[in-house]
Design a protein around this ligand. Structure first.
Ligand SMILES: Nc1ncnc2c1ncn2[C@@H]1O[C@H](COP(=O)(O)OP(=O)(O)OP(=O)(O)O)[C@@H](O)[C@H]1O
Ligand SMILES: [Mg+2]
Length: 445
C-alpha cells in the first residue's frame, strides 16, 4: 500500500509546464509524491525535453488558444484522472487555470479577477481599486494618443511604454517625452519628473515615443501556442530606485510571504534583468514592508490558491515600495533555485501545496545567499563563441550555441547564458557570480 507518496499520490494538471519554472515543478512534484500532468498542444509536447516528457503521468492534448475547447478537454481530463489541483508556468494561462479550477471544483484563483494577473491594464485598475501603490498609467492605442498623454504631463517624465500583455521585458522602453530621445544610462538615479538621459532621435525615423509605442504593439500572438494578445500599449510613470521581487504563496485566501530578492537590470532605454540576489540586503522592517505590499498586489489580482511573482521599486529616500507588476505564477530566471539555495524554501513545493489547498511550507531552513548573473551581448548578430569558466561555488549554463542568432540587447531573449553562485552572504555570492561573468568569453559576429 502507498500512502501519500509515489504514483498513487494526488495529481496536478499543469497548463503548459514548458516554462522556466517547469523543471522546478517536476522536482517539487517528485518530492511531494504527486502525479504531474500537462495540458498542452501536441506540437509543443513533441518539442519537450526528454526529462520533462518522462516526468509526466499523462498529457491532455488540446488547443489552449481555443478557450471553450481547452476548458472542455481539460475538465474531462481532470475528472477522468481525479486531478486534485491546477497549476501554470506561463503567465498568459493564469486566467484559464482559474476558470478551469472553478469548473472542476478545485482550489484556484478568483476567475473574475484572474485576467488582471495577465493584462497590465486590468492590473492597473485592480491595484487602484485595492489601493496598492503602483505607477500612474494611461493606455495608448496608437502613437498620437501616446503623444497626447505625454504632452498632458500627467505621468511626468520619463515615461515607460510597454505592451499590455507580454513578459521578458519584450517591448518595454523608457523614453523621455514627448519629443525627447530614449534614455541612455542614469535611469536609476533619475528622480520622479527627472530625465533618463537624452540624445537626438533619428531625424528620418519616428520619434522615440512613437518608436516605443510601435515596439510595444508589435506582439500580436505569443509563441509557441499562438495565443492572441492585447496589443494596446500602456504608458506608465517612471518609478526610480532599486528594484526587488517578492513572491507570495496564497492558500485558502491566506497570504504567506516568501523571501525578497534584489534585482539588477540594464539602465537606459531597455531594462533587461542582468541578475538576482537573495537575500535582498534590505533591513528587516523594509523586507516586511515589501512582503506586505507584494501580498496586497497578489490578493488584488485575485490570487487565492496559488503563487504570485511581484516586482517592486523603492524610490530613493523613501521606504515605500511601488508595484511594477505581479503575475500569478512561479518566477522565471531560475529564481526558484536562487531562493531555495539561500533560504531552503522551495517555491515550487509551496505552490503545489497551495493549489492542492494545503498549508504551504514557507519557513526558511537556511540563511545563506545565492546570486544569478546573466551574460549579455553588446550587440546582436550571430554567436561565434561563448565560454564560461568553472569556479567553486558556482555552476553555469549557456542558453545559446555557436551559430545561433543573438537578438539585439533590447529584452531578455538576448541572454547568452548564466552563472549561479552560492556563498555565505549576498555580497560574496554576487561578487563570485559577477567575477565568473567577467572572465567569460562571448563573441558575437
Ligand atoms: N513604471 C516603471 N518605472 C520604472 N521602471 C519600470 C517601470 N515599468 C517597467 N520598468 C522596468 O522595466 C522592466 C520590465 O518591465 P515589466 O516588468 O513591466 O515587463 P515584463 O516584460 O512583464 O517583465 P518580466 O521580464 O518580469 O516578464 C522592469 O523590471 C523595470 O526594471
Ligand atoms: Mg517584469
Amino acid at each position: 500500500m502507498t500512502i501519500g507518496t509515489g504514483p498513487r499520490g494526488p495529481g496536478v494538471l499543469v497548463i503548459e509546464p514548458m516554462g522556466n519554472a517547469g523543471r522546478f515543478l517536476v522536482e517539487a512534484a517528485d518530492r511531494l509524491g504527486l502525479r504531474l500532468y500537462a495540458a498542452t498542444h501536441k506540437e509543443v509536447h513533441d518539442a519537450y525535453p526528454d526529462r520533462l516528457r518522462s516526468a509526466l503521468a499523462g498529457v491532455c492534448a488540446t488547443d489552449l488558444t481555443d478557450t471553450p475547447r481547452a476548458l472542455a478537454d481539460m475538465e474531462a481530463f481532470c475528472r477522468s484522472r481525479a486531478v486534485a489541483g491546477v497549476a501554470v508556468c506561463f503567465e498568459l494561462f493564469t486566467p484559464l487555470a482559474a476558470v478551469l479550477a472553478e469548473r472542476v471544483g478545485l482550489p484556484g484563483n478568483d476567475p473574475l479577477l484572474a485576467r488582471a494577473a495577465r493584462n497590465k491594464i486590468l492590473m492597473g485598475e485592480a491595484f487602484s481599486a485595492a489601493g496598492v501603490p503602483a505607477p500612474r498609467w494611461a493606455v495608448a492605442r496608437d502613437a498620437a494618443e501616446a503623444r497626447r498623454v505625454a504632452e498632458s504631463g500627467g505621468l511626468g517624465r520619463p515615461l515607460v511604454v510597454k505592451p499590455a500583455e507580454q513578459g521578458g521585458s519584450w517591448g518595454v522602453s523608457v523614453v523621455d517625452a514627448p519629443d525627447g530621445a530614449a534614455g541612455r544610462g542614469g535611469g536609476s538615479g533619475a528622480g520622479r519628473g527627472g530625465g533618463v538621459g537624452c540624445g537626438p532621435g533619428r531625424p528620418d525615423g519616428p520619434g522615440p515615443l512613437a518608436a516605443a509605442v510601435a515596439a510595444a504593439q508589435r506582439f500580436t500572438h505569443a509563441q509557441p501556442h499562438g495565443l492572441e494578445l492585447d496589443t494596446t500599449a500602456l504608458l506608465q510613470e517612471y518609478v526610480p530606485g532599486a528594484e526587488y521581487s517578492c513572491d507570495t504563496v496564497v492558500a485558502g485566501g491566506v497570504a504567506y510571504p516568501l523571501p525578497v530578492v534584489r534585482k539588477d537590470t540594464t539602465r537606459g532605454r531597455y531594462r533587461i534583468e542582468t541578475g538576482h540576489t537573495c537575500p535582498s540586503g534590505l533591513d528587516p522592517e523594509l523586507v516586511r514592508t515589501v512582503q506586505h505590499t507584494a501580498a496586497r498586489a497578489a490578493l488584488a489580482v485575485g490570487v487565492r490558491n496559488g503563487i504570485a511573482h511581484t516586482e517592486l521599486k523603492i524610490p530613493p529616500g523613501t521606504r515605500t515600495p511601488y508595484v511594477i507588476e505581479t503575475g500569478a505564477r512561479l518566477p522565471g530566471d531560475n529564481l526558484c533555485e536562487v531562493v531555495e539555495a539561500a533560504t531552503g524554501v522551495s517555491e515550487a513545493v509551496a505552490y503545489l501545496q497551495a493549489v492542492l489547498g494545503r498549508v504551504p511550507d514557507t519557513v526558511a531552513t537556511a540563511s545563506a545567499a545565492a546570486s544569478i548573473r546573466f551574460l549579455l551581448p553588446e550587440h546582436g548578430g550571430v554567436l561565434r563563441h561563448a565560454s564560461i569558466p568553472e569556479a567553486p561555488g558556482t555552476h553555469s549554463e549557456l542558453h545559446l550555441r555557436p551559430g545561433d542568432p543573438v537578438p539585439e540587447p533590447a529584452d531578455s531573449a538576448c541572454r547568452i547564458g548564466h552563472v549561479l553562485a552560492r556563498a555565505a552572504t549576498a555580497h560574496l555570492a554576487r561578487a563570485l557570480a559577477a567575477g565568473v561573468v567577467a572572465r567569460s568569453r562571448v563573441e558575437v559576429g
